[in-house]
Unconditional design. Sequence first.
Length: 306
Amino acid sequence: RYLHKRRHIQSLERTSEQRLGKEFQSYEVDTDKLADKHSDIFEPLDASINEVYLWHGSTVRSSLSIAQQDFRIDLAGSNIGTMYGQGAYFAESSTKADEYARDDESYYSGVFALLLCRVCLGRCYYTTVRDENAGKQIASGEYDSTLGDRRSGANTFREFVVYDSEQIYPEFLILYSRIYRADDMAKVKSLASLPFHLDLPVYWNNVAKHSRFESFSEQYILNARSRKALEWLCKATAAPGTALEVVEARRVENSSVWNKYVDFKRDVRGDMADDTEGSNGIPDVLTMKALKSVSSADLGLENSLE
């Protein structure tokens, strides 16, 4: 959808009567130089239609939902107001995007999220003042997005707004915690050394849900890549000479069963922490040996077991 929309914006500059003969204004953003410098990470951008990388701050669960299901423009502005109309708001500055990022009071307390998105701005409606009717400029067909230049108007940050989710591709998701001057740095480093796990496995369809309050019990037929990964694991742990093939496999996503498993795992960790006689060590399980011998990305299993 994003590529289709990008081609459509390109065609408008050649065919739209509202745009022919009017100068197209290109805008550089702070992320441009870094994206150009690291071409091994970031795909080339089309500056002729103001294609840029921009930041979007939100909660962890909302960001996971966006990464899976795209932006919901109909929900935009429900929490932060609509300075430039109802749209998806972005910033070239991660500091500005961080102002919109929020944690929650449950599993992700103290954890925030930034999405780095590829955004096709196209022809920008430029303004230095608040304009809640900016969306009407885009609806007229003359513009594709709004550039709220508060850097010039209020000496703060520029904001970029698009009103069609097809102009956005959420490419990277960053989870982070804020560190304050008054924080105990020894404690911060200790916490940072621990592995961080999402509330639910990242490859689950329900990863954005709160399993304690949103129940689900679903099964999904695995795609060919994941099925082959499971087949490899079966063969790697089977008796020598065993011939097998995984024809079909399903992934079970059950909130009730998952919560019981997580609770039990938490209790075991607590018992092990209180064990003054020492642990017997980690069992040498065949599946774990096999998984450690190969990259999870190569297998298509993107969430490690801990």
